[in-house]
Design a protein around this ligand. Sequence first.
Ligand code: ZN
Length: 278
Amino acid sequence: MTYTNNYSNEIEKIKEHIKNADAVLIGAGAGLSAAAGFEYGGNYFLENFADINEKYGYTDMYSAGFHDFYTSEEKWGYWARFIYLQRYKEGAKPLYKRLFDIVKEKDYFVLTTNVDHQFQLAGFDKNRLFYTQGDYGLFQCSVPCHNKTYDNEKIVKEMLENLKGGLIPTDLVPKCPVCGKEMAMNLRADDKFVEDEGWHRAAANYSDFIEKNKDKKLLLLELGVGWNTPAVIKYPFMRMAYQFKNARYICINKGENYIPEEIKNKSIVIDDDIETLI
Ligand SMILES: [Zn+2]
């Protein structure tokens, strides 16, 4: 793939594609939220998790999230801070709002692996969103004994208010209302991920959107999708670009310049910061 350091031509082309498209399918990965300003490591981590850094040596929120905490009080003391910072502390980031402005008049749909709820906060219609990997704002049973998810805003804020020395009080450890076992984050980490009614409805809405638009001028707009889980967004987008005659594929991601030969003539790939480009 050849590309130039001057993207103005490509940006003009992308604008034309968006204008002319009958429908826009956004595929969004971690790179979009990183470009929007979400932080997980460095000073940000040290400011909020100095105790965790001191005790266990972690320097970022992702790695510490995999720690096998010895007590539930300490584990939820960690997660309450994590969830609050990434999900409740701030509203929609400007980058997400600008993205919404670009597509709001179009027939659009969003497929995302991001779990920070930014699309909804920015005004995207929840019937046009499919969060495949969960949401920081939801709990589920850790077993799981039933397929339901629960909003965690109230309890997370309560945990934070009562946090002492990195621990939450024992009576705030969240318990499943059905079996009494501990709750867990509704994040796809293993085969215990609960796909609740809302998840299945979103999956069906996504299929309907594809079915309705597969022969139309469908613009596949991939933003910040890396190679961690290519089977969720990247491969399906490339496959659709190949199979649907009128589809176009646009991929914007820092450090990305790969495009299969078969779809080269209907694709634009830009290796640059998403925020600048949007
Ligand atoms: Zn349960």
